[in-house]
Structure formats: structure tokens, C-alpha cells
Design a protein around this ligand. Structure first.
Ligand code: FES
Ligand SMILES: [Fe+2]
Length: 321
């Protein structure tokens, strides 16, 4: 399964980047063409961190004895052997399949075939200009994801921002299942006038414009309007820490430079809203299994169904505790 773990702008050409994701220390670097490579950040010789080394001819050079490895993990140079010797086959670093697109770097985990590209939102319709913020929260991946699938915390957590108006009653929630790994939620909350919440079958979906789209394991989109979206991804560092990336995409003036300035101007508001979430989410226990859900938590339950059957992800995250 592809997992979004880095924003493209975090990885500069010519400089290796050591990061922890899924409890694993990884080193990323770009070769001359800009192509991203990743290995476990652990030299097979005597286990120094490769990320402290250099990028040389598109390969990564270990800082300790100068062994060089390519993106497939093969050793291509051992200075102590001189340039005339053959490279020993038993010395191999551990390669991690990577993919870069939409300004996101994905890694592959688990079985299956990494030949297919990672999925992204196909409703972006030319939206390419964005600004981004990112920060690490001391919470598990599920807690970070579920906060964004939660359609009824808004009047409480965001009472003075995006949740203004006291719409505490939750209709539905209306959910469109795209497939095994993806669904769309159409929030429809109202002021409580003494009415019962509508069932999703009673909701006229054509009236609902705003939606949340989730692609398992960690991509999220909030459709605000044709020219404005928020996209987030949640990169698990280990079982209890997650790096949250939030982007504001805009295409309102049609002039990229101006749209870019607008996204920048609006970013502090997004950060403020995100920190309203952070204040509460950081207090949650990471053990989701003890939660008692209600009807409005349906999108969260759907996510958990995907999560609980993802043996590989759970294995990696629980090993990283
Ligand atoms: S530890 Fe990496 S080259 Fe020796
Ligand atoms: Fe929120």
C-alpha cells in the first residue's frame, strides 16, 4: 500500500534527508535527474546512519567508510577496495519503493505490487497552486485521521471559526463509498430545533456541496468550492507521533501568482483552526478500541474497518511503540 510520508519540498536535491516513518529510520535523496530514492537509514557495513552522508553521482555515500549505495540498495563503491575490485554481493542496503507526484512523496509498505501509482483525488480539476503547513502531533495515525473525518466536533472545537452557528445536530452522515479504500462524506448538520436527525436515506444529496473525501491510508480532501480545497495527509512517525501536512489549494483568480499569495494570506487562519483541533486531540488516549461510537461517528467506523484489516500497517506501528 502506498503511504504519503513527505512533502516534495522537504527533499532538496543533493542533500540526503533522514526521517522516521512507520517507526523506521529512512533516508531519502534525489539523484541528478531529481528522482527520489529511499533506503532504510542504516548502512549494511557497520550500521552508521546513511543520512549523515553525501549524495555522490546520484548515490548515497555512507559517512563512516565512504561506501556508496544506489537507490536499489546495491553497493557501487567501496573506497577501501580501490576502483579495480568487484563489489561484494552480500553488502546490500534495504531499498524502500518510492513514488513522487502532486508534490507528495509516497513509500510502499506491505505485500503486493508497487507498480501501480498511488491514488490521489481526481476532482482537483486544475487546482495546482497551494500553500502548506506541517507539524508533528504526539498522537497516533488513527487519532489524527479520525479528527478530520469527524463531522460533529465543529460547533464545539471550532465554535468561533468554521463551526460558528451552533449546528450541533447531525443528519446522516451521508457517505458515498467509492470502493474498498475510499469514501466521501457529505456533512449536513443543523441547529437543534427539536427535530430528530435525518437518516442518510432521507437526505437530498443534491443540496449538499461541501464534502470530505478520504483515501486510505492517509489522504484527505475537504471540498470547499470548485476553486478552493484543503488537502491533508498524515504521516505516521511511530505509534504515538504523526506529522500532519495541510495544504490550501486555490484557483480563484486564474493567475497563479495571485492565487499563491491568497493561499499564503489564508494559511494563518487554517493554522489557527488546526490548533483548535490539536488542543483537544492531544488529550485523547491512543487506544481507539475503547471508544464508544454514535451514529455521527459512522465515517470514523468506516475508516477503522479499513485500518483493522491492514495487518501490515498495524504490525509496523505496534512494533514502533
Ligand atoms: S558503516 Fe557505512 S561504510 Fe562503514
Ligand atoms: Fe477540526
Amino acid at each position: 500500500m502506498w503511504l504519503a510520508v513527505l512533502s516534495s519540498n522537504e527533499l532538496r536535491k543533493g542533500k540526503p534527508l533522514g526521517v522516521r516513518r512507520l517507526g523506521l529510520d529512512l533516508v531519502f535523496w534525489r539523484d541528478e535527474s531529481g528522482k527520489v530514492n529511499a533506503l532504510l537509514d542504516n548502512c549494511p557495513h557497520r550500521h552508521a546512519k546513511l543520512s549523515l552522508g553525501k549524495v555522490i553521482d546520484g548515490n548515497i555515500q555512507c559517512p563512516y567508510h565512504g561506501f556508496e549505495f544506489n537507490g536499489s540498495g546495491n553497493v557501487v563503491k567501496i573506497p577501501a577496495l580501490g576502483s579495480a575490485s568487484e563489489m561484494p554481493k552480500y553488502l546490500k542496503a534495504f531499498p524502500i519503493p518510492v513514488h513522487e507526484d502532486y508534490g507528495i512523496i509516497w513509500i510502499w509498505y506491505g505485500d503486493g505490487n508497487p507498480s501501480d501509482s498511488p491514488r490521489f483525488f481526481n476532482d482537483m480539476r486544475g487546482l495546482t497552486v497551494y500553500s502548506e503547513i506541517s507539524e508533528v502531533w504526539g498522537v497516533s495515525l488513527p487519532r489524527a485521521v479520525e479528527n478530520q473525518l469527524d463531522v460533529f466536533h465543529l460547533p464545539f472545537v471550532h465554535y468561533n471559526t468554521i463551526g460558528r452557528g451552533g449546528r450541533t445536530l447531525v443528519n446522516g452522515p451521508l457517505v458515498k463509498i467509492i470502493d474498498e479504500y475510499s469514501f466521501i462524506v457529505y456533512p449536513f448538520n443543523e441547529v437543534d430545533r427539536g427535530q430528530r436527525p435525518l437518516r442518510s436515506s432521507q437526505i437530498d444529496a443534491s443540496l449538499l456541496r461541501n464534502y470530505l473525501w478520504f483515501i486510505y491510508p492517509n489522504l484527505w480532501e475537504n471540498y470547499i468550492s470548485e476553486g478552493m480545497r484543503i488537502v491533508a495527509f498524515f504521516a505516521p512517525i511511530n505509534a504515538t507521533n504523526t506529522k500532519i501536512y495541510v495544504r490550501l489549494y486555490m484557483n480563484v483568480t486564474g493567475i497563479k501568482m495571485i492565487d499563491k499569495i491568497l493561499t499564503k494570506l489564508l494559511m494563518p487562519f487554517n493554522a489557527y483552526v488546526l490548533h483548535q483541533d490539536r488542543r483537544v486531540v492531544l488529550t485523547q488516549d491512543n487506544d481507539v478500541k475503547r471508544d464508544k461510537l454514535i451514529h455521527a461517528d459512522y465515517p470514523i467506523a468506516l475508516y477503522r474497518r479499513m485500518l483493522f484489516k491492514d495487518v501490515e500497517l498495524n504490525k509496523l506501528l505496534s512494533a514502533s511503540r
